[in-house]
Structures are given as structure tokens and as C-alpha cells.
Design a binder for this molecule. Sequence first.
Ligand SMILES: Cc1ncc(COP(=O)(O)O)c(C=O)c1O
Length: 386
Amino acid sequence: MSMPFIDLAAQQRRIRRQIDAAIAGVLDSGAYVMGPQVREFEAKLAAFGQARLALSCANGTDAIALPLMAWGIGPGDAVFCPSFTFAATPEVVPWVGATPVFVDVLADTFNLDPAKLEAAIADVKARGELAPKVVIAVDLFGQPADYPAIKAICDREGLKLISDSAQGFGCTLNGHHPLHWADVATTSFFPAKPLGCYGDGGAVLTNDQELWDLMDSFRVHGKAVAPDLVGRTFDHDTKYLNTRIGMNSRLDTIQAAILIEKLAIFQEEIDLRQVVANRYAEGLEGAVLATPRVIDGGVSVWAQYVIEHANRDGLAAHLKTQGIPTAVYYPVPMHIQAPYAGFPRGAGGLPVTEAKAETVLALPMHPYLDKVDQQRVIEAILAFNG
Ligand SMILES: Cc1ncc(COP(=O)(O)O)c(C=O)c1O
């Protein structure tokens, strides 16, 4: 008997009526692009994430690219980020012509190591080839990075801070969402994310209206936005006035309408995920190399529940025979992957990242994982250990 790794169908059964009505509303209105649900969702998302503003876009990758574009990050600039992450985090940096600098992570939380970040910045400055500009911290597997420490470094060094919260949207540290420290927080609505839609989607949260306006321009082909028009008159419709080179990265109205319904139950789902995480922690205590440790004061949204095991591949194979799916995030760190191998690495390399890639294993995790199924996972792991 197999079980799903992430049970999106259980959530859909719960809110199917609301989702059907939301989609039907968009079909009836005909406003498929930038319909009123997009602005409504942005306002609700901002409120949830303790932000003044949210800007939706086509996916969580563009969400990281948009602030880089708006800040004018480009050739000769260094952007510091972890290597133990999904490709999207470093991928957007060369898009704008800048250079990702890979930094190691902490052994217990898998998130950016502030001391290694400091060393990487010092190293880049000493070499004198790149100008440090931005740090991208990732809320890996759902828990917040060490924002107070990272923010202090960014302030001292004059660096912008992006919180790549594609996996962590909804997480908090000492009651604050990541935007409390970051210049922008970005997220993804890929279906498997804690807050996912039924296709691709993403968003950037910020408290900076000027930045929001610029990103709004970049997401729609560099269109002229209100600040571009101040004090100028035109003898043509400004709708087709393009004041910068942008891209097309809008969130579909249908996805916004779906997300409004999903956001309405999101906090409850975060709480349910915590119940599941607690049951794993209790059942697996001492049975594996490590169960997840969340930063002090942190609340994870548990995008993944990742354990460590000395015989990770053996355990995964055993669980598969029991109909229990698992996944490895991430078997090959980004700094080792061919297109990224030439980019700089922080002083001392990334030994923690490389070691973690050998031991991590993600177990089934979603808000609707019931006690019986979860006990089956726990018992199968205990049985493997003998
Ligand atoms: C850490 C991280 N950043 C960025 C992304 C990119 O999101 P998307 O797939 O919506 O482009 C993802 C997810 O896929 C992710 O896990």
C-alpha cells in the first residue's frame, strides 16, 4: 500500500467547492490577465507576510530576479548565496550578468552560515575583482535563516538582503516574517510548495513602494509606471511606452483566484504541518543521525521534513519497498553542478554542504498526513535500523 509524498488531493477535496467557484468567477469575468483577483491576492498575501506590499509574478524564480533587475545588479557584482538550495537561487544571478558566490551552510539547520558569509565577503573584497552587492538567504525546507545575524552583516557591508522564501513562506523568527530583516522576501506558488497554486506562480514582498513600482515595470516588459511619467507629457497612449527592458512575468488571474482560497486555510495548514513534524520528531528520536533542528525562536512551515541517515540510500530503497516515497534534496550541491562549477566559493569551500548531500532524506510531509500512515513511516525506519 503506497502513500503520497505530498497529498495535494486531500487539500483539494477540502476546498474544491470554493476553488471551482473561484475559477468560474474568472471564466465569467473574462479578465484572465491582471484581473481584480490579482490585486486582491497581493493585498492579502502582503498582510499575511507582515509586508506593506506584494507583487505577484509568474514563478518563484522571476521573483528573485525582479529585485536584482530593479536594483541594477549587473556585471562585476557579487551575489552571495548558499549552494545547498534549488537551482533557481543562484540561477538568476548570471541572468543579470552578476556573479554568484557560494557560501556554506550551518550543519544543524542547513541554512546560510553567517560566519562563512562574513568570510566570503572578506575574501571577495580582498581579491578586488567583484563588488559585494546582495545576499540571498534561503529558508530551506521551510525554516527561517538566521536573519538577525545575516542582516547585521548586510548592514555593516552595505549589502541588500533577499529572503528566498520559496520553501518557507509563512515561517517566522521571534514572531517576525523574514521581511522584518530582508529588503525583499520572495516566494513560489509551485503546486508542491506549502502555499501552492495549480500551475506556476510567485511573488515578491517588500515595504518599499519605489521598488514595487520598478518591479511592476520589469514584470510587464519595462512598461512606464507612475514615477516614469511625473512631469512629462505624451501625445500618445502611455500604455505602450517602455522605459526599461523588462520581461513578461505576471501571475494568471485564475491562479490568483485559487490562491485567495488557499491562503484562507494556510495558517491552519501550517499548524497541521507542525503536528506532523512533532510526531516525526517524537517517533524518530535517536533512530536516525538527526531529525530537523529549527533555529531558536523559529517556526517552520515544513515544506520538507528532512532527516539524516548514515545509510541514506539503503533506507530510501527499503522505504520504497514498503510503498513509502522519499526524496533527496539536494543530491548535487549547486557549486558542483557543471554550469555553476566555475563560480567563486567562500573561503574554506563548502564542506558542510557536501557532507549533507550524502545524508539527507525527505519523508512524506503534508498537512493531511494522518497518524496511521505516519506511524507506518516511523515503524519502517525503525525496522530498517533493526
Ligand atoms: C529555494 C527555492 N527558490 C526558488 C524556487 C523557484 O520557484 P519556481 O519553481 O516557482 O520558479 C524554488 C522552487 O522551486 C525553491 O525551492
